[in-house]
Design a protein around this ligand. Structure first.
Ligand SMILES: C[S@@+](CC[C@H](N)C(=O)[O-])C[C@H]1O[C@@H](n2cnc3c(N)ncnc32)[C@H](O)[C@@H]1O
Length: 309
């Protein structure tokens, strides 16, 4: 595993645009930092999504109609998934996330509160194709809140939606939350909070990479940099070198790899795409979802959709 990750990071860090995949944000510390981000005044997506889910609870439950298995994609602390239990009454809850220990602890806690629901936690990388052969005969509701879909490039979104539409096997759908295009100031603040929690979350990716592959990134050499790229309709997060830096990736038995960065060089860590409702619904439709219902907040900051096959 360590060798595979080292190879992946060697390729991404030495590419024309050096990058670290956003999946590296989420070790135990990163998952906790994201929980704090969701509490921040500036980070409106969580509040807006909750407002929509609370306001339209009955409508979303009617749209879902029946749920054998709630499949929570990137479940994190599982709070949002558990908030659906009373309204859509799943018989099974299957939580998927890359942050294994954090997820397992959250599911274990939840199982105590809801002993009547069969629960399982799965350490899964959502950037790879998903298959649920054991759930084929059951009505599945995939749940993908928090605008996590914004981290995928638009072409990857198409593949992901097509994969999920297929995995519904003609019965079920996708309940999804996505952030909408809005004024640049609001977007910028959400990813540049004055307390610096998002900066810590971004920098923590370097500590996680060090822990996973034994590299030697030093936090003091890097700073958080996030901005709205209007032409691509996305927030971009980067880590910017504060000075000339050399980083060593261990060779695992062969020679170590030294990667040099000059002051000001960037490592791209995350995109967070923002959509219009029309663009997003069109993507769901193209992927094979036939019946799409949407709800939004009064300012149209955020969108929740239930897309049925
Ligand atoms: C933006 S957070 C959302 C958490 C939660 N669903 C919510 O809305 O509060 C993204 C979640 O996806 C998980 N995640 C990120 N990249 C992933 C990947 N490639 N595969 C699986 N899970 C991933 C993270 O660990 C994190 O829990």
């Amino acid at each position: 595993m360590k060798q595979i990750l080292t190879q992946e990071l060697l390729v991404s860090l030495t590419a024309d645009i050096p990058s670290i995949s956003p999946k590296f944000f989420y070790d135990g510390v990163g998952s906790h930092l994201f929980d704090v981000i969701m509490l921040l005044e500036e980070y409106y997506p969580t509040r807006m999504e909750k407002l929509i889910m609370d306001t339209y609870q009955r409508d979303t439950a009617n749209a879902v109609a029946h749920c054998d298995v709630l499949v929570d994609l990137g479940a994190g602390n599982c709070i949002k998934g558990s908030q659906l239990f009373n309204s859509i009454k799943p018989k099974q809850y299957r939580a998927l996330d890359i942050s294994k220990e954090y997820l397992e602890a959250a599911v274990a806690d939840l199982q105590k509160q809801f002993p009547q629901i069969e629960m399982s936690a799965h350490a899964v990388d959502l950037s790879l194709p998903l298959a649920f052969p054991d759930l084929q005969a059951l009505r599945k509701v995939f749940f993908y809140p928090g605008s996590s879909i914004g981290n995928f490039d638009p072409e990857k979104v198409d593949q992901f939606f097509t994969n999920l539409a297929h995995e519904c096997h003609g019965n079920g759908g996708l309940l999804i939350g996505v952030d909408l295009v809005k004024d640049t100031k609001t977007l910028h603040l959400a990813y540049n909070d004055p307390l610096g929690v998002t900066a810590a979350f971004n920098l923590n990716a370097l500590l996680n990479v060090n822990r996973l592959i034994g590299s030697n990134f030093q936090l003091q050499d890097w700073e958080h940099y996030a901005f709205f790229n209007a032409s691509q309709s996305r927030i971009e997060m980067h880590l910017r070198a504060r000075s000339d830096v050399q980083v060593i990736l261990p060779g695992n038995g062969s020679q170590d790899h030294a990667i040099s960065f000059s002051a000001g060089d960037l490592i791209h860590t995350e995109n967070s795409y923002k959509y219009t409702q029309e663009q997003f619904v069109e993507k769901l439709r193209l992927a094979g979802f036939a019946d799409i219902q949407c709800w939004t907040d009064p300012n149209q900051y955020f969108l929740v959709c239930f897309a049925k096959v």
